[in-house]
Design a protein around this ligand. Structure first.
Ligand SMILES: Cc1cc2nc3c(=O)[nH]c(=O)nc-3n(C[C@H](O)[C@H](O)[C@H](O)COP(=O)(O)OP(=O)(O)OC[C@H]3O[C@@H](n4cnc5c(N)ncnc54)[C@H](O)[C@@H]3O)c2cc1C
Length: 479
């Protein structure tokens, strides 16, 4: 019997697992997909919000600001890409100015540091030359940033795993029932028993909450469509550019990414299907139209891909992180919509603190908070790189030409703790397949490496687990 089972290996579940691994605990993360970071945590704006958006006094506001403050240190400790580039909220007309000042005031009350409303147009355009000419004022938040959501999620999980937390993939939790001293979970891989459950199942968290509690909650999947532009467009803006928030959240933003691309989106469309992550023509048209309002001359011909993610929008628009009063032993981590990515370090801490207290956990003396990410040859000098290739020629073999990813990096991604088992697993860890050709060139070569290193037959290799197989046989079979 486990002390704790966490359902879901997104940023919430992984952050909770990592914080929990600071203690002596027998804990496990159950994830229905083949890897970590397969839900909302893989498809979002990747912004580390400053914290002026969430309602004053809300848990969302508190954890946003805390998470924002924790992110720089965490990125060093766990070695994932993060850049504190700052953000602008753009006001395009005088009538909307009170709305901008209201955001500033809310930010101050939420504890956001160093914000400034800038009304000097020359200064604004000096800072962001491509901002719309109509701009009247901006709210500048220098503490905002951008992060790689994949690396954040993977780093948290890897570190939790190396500190003793179990991870079971392809394990879908189906039912939860109360038993003497804890909970019994029926899953696609058999039965699990645990004293405590942490419900970090993203858009599906209401299902598990409602299985055990009489106080029902309801989560609406709110889809956000995006366009991702090539690196040639990556410096079009140097900060995250938000529109003044409207009825459906933060509107459409334009932002650089930590890897040098430009991201434009998202929409906010309420849907019913919790698996419907396909973009729509109407959604992408909306992104393109709205994005051009705040930033001029957007090079939309440089779009290399589009994608969509689902926000776990709970009816009360608030994070629910607590042990349920009518279901002792069941800890919700539900309604984690934006700013969930930003808040995840603080969410993890809060969940672990609840469990530490309830289970009287003692510190894990072997806990190691530091983790080293994949070696990126781009960070080396020419001489260091030559030396690396001399020692390990795999670092001289380019597999992904667009992102210049080497065989050495892919082997590292496959063999490190909780390593990659699919093409998307490799992609999220190394960026092989994320570039301009969108995996056209490197897919077969990455498949060969998965086949060679893990012994998976070519016809069994998947894009992202499950039924997403790529090869149906060899040409000779088909003749
Ligand atoms: C369009 C959009 C833009 C966003 N932009 C930002 C942003 O810029 N900044 C920010 O801070 N936040 C942003 N967010 C929010 C952020 O992405 C989420 O809050 C965060 O990723 C939620 O993480 P999670 O771990 O709670 O959920 P998820 O990442 O969805 O993880 C839940 C996991 O549970 C698993 N699971 C579900 N059901 C089961 C089951 N039955 N059995 C086992 N496993 C199960 C899923 O497979 C999944 O891996 C955005 C979200 C969206 C959709």
């Amino acid at each position: 019997m486990y002390d704790v089972i966490i359902i879901g290996a997104g940023v919430s579940g992984a952050a909770a697992a990592r914080e929990l691994s600071r203690y002596h605990v027998n804990a496990c993360v159950l994830e229905r997909e083949e890897d970590v970071c397969c839900g909302t945590s893989k498809a979002n704006s990747a912004i580390v919000h400053a914290g002026f958006d969430a309602a004053e006094g809300s848990l969302m506001a508190k954890l946003n600001v805390e998470g924002n403050q924790m992110m720089p240190e965490l990125s060093k400790e766990l070695d994932f890409p993060f850049k504190q580039c700052g953000s602008f909220v753009v006001c395009l007309d005088e009538e909307s100015l009170p709305g901008l000042y209201a955001l500033y005031e809310r930010g101050v009350k939420n504890g956001v540091k160093d914000m400034e409303v800038i009304t000097d147009k020359a200064r604004i355009h000096e800072m962001e030359p491509n901002l719309a000419d109509e701009v009247v004022a901006v709210l500048y938040a220098p503490t905002a940033g951008i992060v790689c959501p994949f690396h954040l999620n993977i780093a948290l999980a890897e570190n939790a795993y190396t500190n003793g937390i179990d991870f079971k993939f392809h394990t879908e939790v189906r039912t939860i029932e109360k038993m003497e001293g804890g909970w019994r979970l029926q899953t696609s891989q058999g039965t699990y028993e645990t004293r405590y459950v942490v419900n970090a199942a993203g858009v599906h968290a209401d299902k598990f909450h409602n299985m055990v509690s009489a106080e029902k909650i309801h989560i609406t999947p709110r889809r956000g469509d995006y366009c991702l532009l090539d690196k040639s467009a990556g410096s079009h803006v140097s900060r995250t550019i938000f529109a003044l928030p409207g009825k459906y959240g933060k509107g459409v933003l334009v932002s650089p990414t930590v890897h040098g691309n430009l991201i434009v989106g998202p929409t906010a469309i309420d849907i019913e299907d919790k698996e419907a992550t396909a973009t729509t023509r109407a959604g992408l048209d909306e992104v393109i139209t709205k994005a051009g309002m705040n930033v001029k001359d957007l090079p939309m011909r440089q779009v290399i891909t589009s994608f969509a993610g689902l926000r776990a929008h709970e009816d009360n628009h608030e994070f629910i992180i607590k042990e349920l009063p009518d279901a002792p032993g069941f800890v919700d981590c539900a309604g984690i919509e934006s700013p969930g990515l930003t808040s995840c370090p603080a969410i993890g801490k809060m969940v672990a603190e609840i469990l530490r207290e309830k289970l009287s956990l003692t510190p894990n003396p072997d806990f190691k908070g530091e983790r080293k990410g994949l070696l990126d040859p781009d960070t080396l000098t020419k001489e260091e790189r030559a030396e690396l290739i001399r020692k390990d020629p795999a670092y001289g073999n380019i597999i992904c030409r667009c992102e210049m990813v080497t065989e050495g990096e892919i082997l590292d991604a496959i063999h490190r703790p909780l390593g990659a088992k699919s093409l998307d697993g490799i992609k999220r860890r190394t960026r092989a397949g994320m570039g301009r050709c969108q995996a056209g060139f490197c897919s077969p070569r990455s498949m060969e490496l998965l086949h060679r290193e893990l012994g998976i037959p070519m016809t069994e290799i998947t894009k992202s687990g499950g039924a997403s197989k790529i090869a149906v046989g060899t040409n000779k079979d088909r003749i």
